[in-house]
Write a protein that binds this ligand. Structure first.
Ligand code: ZN
Length: 182
């Protein structure tokens, strides 16, 4: 092997090592794909959970929940979720493991968190007072991880502080979280 080919292979090897190191330091999914490919596969292909053990407002028991699904809302909308009331700044917990996919505010929900959960469902946490300080898009969270804090942002401004929690199935739209939390 001549010297220039050897140098080229050496450079390629170094680049591959640097690329691997960068991938390992980055958040899910690249890092998890490399280190826990089985877990990522199971997560993506899983059936959606039919029971959620974590009520997403800390300190609220499942028996205290009220089914507010389907109630009339402004503009002819129907309520596509459950409202869970609690004192302002009560921690809001992720109901599932998952990937934080958006933290962008919107006019109805105000300060929100979207988590992609098991079985390709999206979990929506809205009307937050604030996000958990270090929360970032691309972050992996476990069931029970603090996502933010109860508030009245968005179109809930001035109402008693509560979490609006919604679950959206890929291709099917919203499903009622109440049945899964009971
Ligand atoms: Zn609501």
């Amino acid at each position: 092997m001549n010297r220039s080919v050897k140098n080229l292979l050496g450079l390629l090897f170094l680049a591959a090592l640097l690329g691997l190191a960068a991938a390992m330091a980055s958040p899910f999914p690249l890092k998890m794909l490399l280190t826990q490919p089985g877990k990522v596969y199971d997560f993506v292909t899983a059936d959606p959970p039919q029971h959620l053990a974590i009520v997403p407002v800390q300190g609220v028991a499942s028996r205290q929940l009220v089914d507010t699904w389907g109630g009339a809302r402004s503009g002819g909308r129907k309520h596509e979720g459950i409202d869970i009331f609690g004192p302002r700044n009560t921690p809001v917990l992720s109901a599932t493991d998952g990937l934080v996919v958006s933290l962008s505010p919107n006019s109805l929900g105000g300060t929100v968190v979207w988590v992609l959960g098991p079985g390709r469902e999206r979990h929506y946490y809205a009307h937050l007072e604030s996000h958990a300080p270090s929360l970032a898009v691309g972050q992996w969270v476990e069931a029970g991880t603090v996502l933010g804090f109860v508030g009245d942002s968005g179109n809930a401004r001035g109402t008693p502080p509560h979490l609006h929690y919604g679950i959206y199935r890929l291709g099917e739209g919203a499903v009622n979280p109440y049945d899964r939390l009971r």
